[in-house]
Structure formats: C-alpha cells, structure tokens
Design a protein around this ligand. Sequence first.
Ligand code: MN3
Length: 204
Amino acid sequence: MFYETYPFSLPALPYAYDALEPYIDAETMHYHHDKHFKSYIDKLNAALEPYPALHDLTLKQLLRRDCCLPCEARCAIMQNAGGVYNHTMFFKMLAPPDTAVHEPDGVLLELIERDFVSFDYFKAMFSDRASELFGSGWTYLVLTQSGRLKIVNYPNQVTPISDGVQGIILLDVWEHAYYLKYKNERARYIDAFWDIVDFTPLDE
Ligand code: MN3
C-alpha cells in the first residue's frame, strides 16, 4: 500500500469484519472501512486528478511534500492523504483477539522499558493521552529521530510524517471509530484497543 501511487485503491481488510468482536463490532468496521476510509481514498484521488505531476508520488512522498503542493489543492491533498495513511496503518495493526500479539518484545520492548519504565506503565500513559485528545484525531506511539519513544496526539488527519518521525502504533480517536458501540464512553473503547492491537512488526 505504501508503494502505491495514483489512483489509490481501498485495501481489503486483512481479517473478517466481525473478527474483532466483541471489542469492535462488525457494523462499526463496515462503516469505518467501507465508508470513512473509502471516502479518504476517493477524495484523495479526486484532489490529485488535475495534477499529473503528482501522479507518480507515493502516499509518504505526498505527505512530505506539504510545502510544495499546489496552493488550491494543498488542504484537500494533505487531509485526505493523511486519512489514507492513518487508516492504512490502523487497520493493519489490529488483529483478532486470539491471534494478536498483545505485547511487544525485542528492541521495541527494550525501548518501551527504557522510556516508559514498563509496558503496563506505557499502556496507562497511552490510554491517558487518548482519553484527553480534544476533538477528532489520533494517538500515536512514535520513534523520534533521536531514537526516543514518544506518545503524541495528532489532530484530525495529521500524521507523524509531518514531524519527520516514525509511527509505531496508533489509535483512531475519531468518534466514528467507536460511537456505534461505545457511544460517549471513549475510555471503554480505549481499554478494548489493548485486546486487539497487534505488535507483530509492520512491514512497511
Ligand atoms: Mn477513522
């Protein structure tokens, strides 16, 4: 997906729509993947269509090119490319509760223990940051250029690429990600996330 260029297409979910039950319900997954995610793909393609010079760029190249995009299309391209990038990462790093790798190991675990003391303490801090995110956005664990892990809240469809850092795990804190099942109880959705997050390394 991250090597794809215009026209972008909706990647299939790597598991069944009901595979994340009871933590995320099938109806939410249908709306989230088939409507919300698809809408970012469609709007990104529409925004890029008039600009053949941008048709050979990957998602990351587009997101890094923020300053040099055509003025009149810059917002539409950045917002929708961000939506495509964030949702691609998000659906890839979830997995059915019985197959998900619930805890990191190796280098990532060492970095988490160095920067957050323990994995449990990291989870509590990540959950707190997701709870306090105001409005719509994403909570990310990122690796900075100096090699430190940080938990960062990004508004709307901003991505870690705009900070020049590498996203590792992320949680969609837009209401569309949880409202059908959890209504106003965002904390219950955040708790459920830890049962379906998959620490199998991302193959970027
Ligand atoms: Mn979403």
